[in-house]
Design a protein around this ligand. Structure first.
Ligand SMILES: *Cc1c(COP(=O)(O)O)cnc(C)c1O
Length: 235
C-alpha cells in the first residue's frame, strides 16, 4: 500500500525538479506535462495521485490501462498508451487519449480507421528508435518522412509529436544526445507536416533522466518509479 504522505512528498519533489529544469532551459514550466506511469500499480495508487492534482497517466498494456481508465471514469483523467502496440489491439487502444508508440504506417492507418469507426479522435506520437537496437521498438529516423506523409492524410488519428526511449544508461547525461537528436528531427520534419502543431510534442525522459530531457525540449515526461516506487516486476 502506497503511503499518501510519501506519495505527496515524491510528487511535489518531482514537480519542483521539473520546474527547475524548465527554468534552466528558459522554458515555461507549464510547457512540460508530467505523465505518471502507473503500470503495475493498482487503481488506489492512481486515485491517490489524482487527489494530489495529477491528471495524466501512462500505461504500457492495453487491457490494464483500459481497466484503470474505466475504474476512474468519474475523475476525467487523461490516459496515455506508452507501450509497444500490436495492431490487433488497435480497436481497443483508441480508447486512450494519446498513443505514444506509433512505429509503422500500417499501425498508424489501423489506429486512424479504428478511431474513425469509434467516432473519436486520438492524439498520436511517432516512436523513434535512435539507438538502432534490434530489440527496441520504434521507427528508424529515415522512415519518419513517410510516416508524416501518412499522418497528413489521417483524420481521426492526429499526429502531435515524437517519442523516444533511449538505451538504458545509469548516467542521465549519456541520454542527452538522444534527446537533442529527437528535437532536431522534429524541427526538420515540421515543414513536411500539414500543420506545425503536428510535431509540437516531444515525449522523452523517465524517472532518472527527465531533468535532462526537459533541458533538451521535452514537453511530455513519462515518470513511473520516482512517483510510485519500484515496480514488483518489470514490464
Ligand atoms: C515504464 C516506462 C516509463 C517509466 O519508467 P520509470 O523509470 O519507472 O520512470 C517510461 N516510458 C516507458 C515507455 C515505459 O515503459
Amino acid at each position: 500500500m502506497l503511503d499518501p504522505v510519501v506519495l505527496s512528498a515524491r510528487l511535489s519533489g518531482i514537480r519542483e525538479r521539473l520546474a527547475d529544469a524548465a527554468r534552466r532551459a528558459r522554458r515555461d514550466p507549464a510547457s512540460v506535462r508530467l505523465v505518471a506511469v502507473s503500470k503495475t500499480f493498482p487503481i488506489d495508487a492512481v486515485r491517490a495521485c489524482a487527489a494530489l492534482g495529477q491528471c495524466d497517466f501512462g500505461e504500457n498494456k492495453v487491457q490494464e490501462g483500459l481497466a484503470k481508465s474505466e475504474a476512474t471514469a468519474d475523475l476525467s483523467l487523461r490516459w496515455h498508451f506508452i507501450g509497444h502496440l500490436q495492431s490487433n489491439k488497435a480497436k481497443k487502444a483508441v480508447a486512450f487519449d494519446t498513443i505514444h508508440s506509433i512505429d509503422s504506417e500500417a499501425l498508424l492507418i489501423k489506429i486512424d480507421e479504428a478511431a474513425h469507426a469509434a467516432g473519436r479522435t486520438v492524439d498520436v506520437l511517432l516512436q523513434v528508435d535512435l539507438a538502432g537496437e534490434a530489440t527496441k521498438f520504434g521507427a528508424t529516423p529515415d522512415q519518419l518522412a513517410r510516416l508524416v506523409d501518412t499522418a497528413n492524410r489521417c483524420t481521426a488519428a492526429q499526429l502531435v509529436g515524437l517519442m523516444t526511449l533511449p538505451p538504458a544508461v545509469d548516467d542521465p547525461e549519456a541520454a542527452r544526445p538522444y534527446f537533442a537528436t529527437l528535437r532536431e528531427i522534429a524541427e526538420r520534419l515540421t515543414p513536411r507536416a500539414r500543420h506545425a502543431a503536428m510535431l509540437r510534442e516531444l515525449s522523452m525522459g523517465m524517472s532518472h533522466d527527465f531533468g535532462v530531457a526537459i533541458e533538451e525540449g521535452a514537453t511530455l515526461v513519462r515518470v513511473g518509479s520516482a512517483i510510485f516506487g519500484e515496480r514488483e516486476y518489470h514490464a
